[in-house]
Design a protein around this ligand. Structure first.
Ligand code: ZN
Length: 467
């Protein structure tokens, strides 16, 4: 099966040019200047021709931070691997990296097996796994080596959530020390959870139970402090570190300082920290619950710092931390007590188009959009050049993006299995027009043309962004 994508502008992390793309079965076979004799000669042998005139042709998005079917706070994230991966496809994301969670007292390999079973045969697009280490001990440290050999090369530890996922500085250091030896990348949720717990308890004692207090009890200073501490632990362990979901200027400053010194510190932010704010958490009634995620949405002033971080590569990746809970029946668990609101937002489907609004607004360049949503996450998590690039030999994960289309985000039209959108009514310039996953067209406009189980597990190399 040969597919020719013609007349489009191919956008990569390096630039944009008029190129036709020839896809053979699951891979990119060749690129040639649009309208050239070579490109024209491909017409005859093609089984299918997609006309991308006046559109961008970009590598499919890589969302390195999703939580499908994740158990949290007595409920489970609403998207299954089936619904979530289909929503990803609609949004132009063709690879997701989800988190398998080690049970306390359980093994890392059992966690991976269990999440592999949830995903197997269900996914619309390709997927990989990180493993959340909630119990650092001799055997889980040894298992890190085994998993790296199986293409699971990143492990997440939490400085937040005491009693749930929390790891002490000693445990985080031990995991980093192991990672320094086996090439793994340690990802850190950096907030000072011990101090936050004290602030939360004091708020509840004063009867402060509304959703806004989720934000007010998790100050940005305690994110900045934890990011700095994670970076120092990694420096001493001589391991790279990846800071997930940077939400504040304080956290970003700690990352930036370490990168100036040349330390291998990588960091992501998420669309919610670029577009939403504490004002959303303060919406009247209980509506703020729709915006409860961790770290919390910050005062609007932080957004400019995060865009600046994206421009100058202190932030290398935009991932979603997609962890959707419906308002009805799930977010409502926290009525009268914000600590019972399940933490997480839906945004997987909107990531590519939201970050494109940053191109429209002049915050980042067109190439940088592709770099932070696709190319960089592929490199950071060891998927280059299979993913994140349109290069001969790479997987034909390709999005045709129409920059002239306009639309409106709404829960009534999205494909995520959740009953609200954080961006309800937001006008969007540009839209995902067609999506190929390993050469197969899975989205055609508003129509899903893919197949449950098309998506495969992708083993990953170690981080390709170290210096
Ligand atoms: Zn997360």
């Amino acid at each position: 099966m040969r597919t020719l994508i013609k007349n489009g502008t191919v956008v990569s992390a390096e630039g944009a040019s008029a190129l036709d793309v020839l896809v053979d079965d699951e891979r990119v076979l060749a690129l040639a200047a649009g309208g050239s004799e070579l490109a024209r000669s491909w017409q005859t042998g093609a089984d299918r021709v997609l006309d991308a005139s006046s559109k961008y042709v970009i590598p499919g998005g890589v969302d390195a931070h999703t939580h499908m079917e994740m158990p949290f706070g007595g409920t489970t994230a609403a998207d299954t691997f089936e619904t979530g991966s289909r929503a990803a496809a609609f949004g132009g994301t063709t690879t997701i990296i989800d988190f398998a969670i080690q049970a306390r007292g359980g093994s890392l390999c059992a966690a991976l097996d269990s999440w592999q079973a949830k995903a197997a045969g269900k996914c619309a697009v390709d997927y990989g796994f990180h493993v959340i280490v909630s119990d650092v001990n001799d055997s889980s440290l040894k298992e890190m080596d085994v998993l790296v050999g199986q293409g699971v090369t990143s492990f997440k530890l939490f400085m937040a959530y005491p009693g749930v996922f929390y790891a002490s500085d000693r445990e985080i250091f031990e995991a980093m020390d192991r990672a320094a030896g086996n090439g793994a990348l340690v990802m850190v949720h950096a907030e000072n959870g011990i101090a936050i717990d004290a602030i939360v308890a004091a708020a509840l004692a004063k009867g402060q139970t509304d959703p806004i207090f989720h934000g007010l009890t998790r100050p940005a200073e305690l994110e900045g402090e934890a990011v700095h501490r994670a970076i120092v632990l990694a420096q001493v362990a001589k391991s790279p570190v990846y800071i997930v979901h940077v939400s504040s200027a304080e956290a970003l400053a700690a990352v930036a300082e370490a990168r100036r010194r040349g330390q291998n510190v990588l960091a992501e932010t998420c669309p919610q920290y670029l577009f939403l704010s504490e004002e959303d958490l303060a919406r009247p009634g209980f509506e703020g619950a729709k915006f409860v995620c961790t770290p919390p949405l910050r005062p609007r002033i932080h957004q400019a710092a995060l865009w600046q971080g994206l421009r100058i590569d202190d932030l290398s990746v935009v991932a979603t931390d997609h962890c959707p809970f419906s308002y009805a029946g799930q977010k409502e668990l926290g009525l009268g007590d914000f600590t019972k609101i399940p933490n997480g937002l839906p945004s997987l489907e909107n990531r590519m188009e939201l970050i494109y609004q940053g191109v429209v607004a002049g915050e980042i360049s067109l190439s940088r959009w592709v770099e932070v949503t696709s190319t960089n996450p592929a490199k950071v998590f060891g998927l280059d050049p299979q993913k994140g690039t349109i290069t001969p030999g790479s997987d034909a994960d390709i999005v045709i993006y129409d920059p002239h289309a306009t639309g409106t985000i709404s829960a009534s039209t999205h494909h995520m299995a959740v009953d609200y959108s954080c961006y309800e009514g937001k006008s969007i310039i540009g839209r995902v027009d067609a999506v190929l996953s390993r050469g197969r067209q899975v989205v055609d406009g508003d129509t899903y043309t893919g197949e449950r189980g098309h998506g495969r597990f992708v083993p990953r190399q170690i981080c390709q962004c170290l210096r």
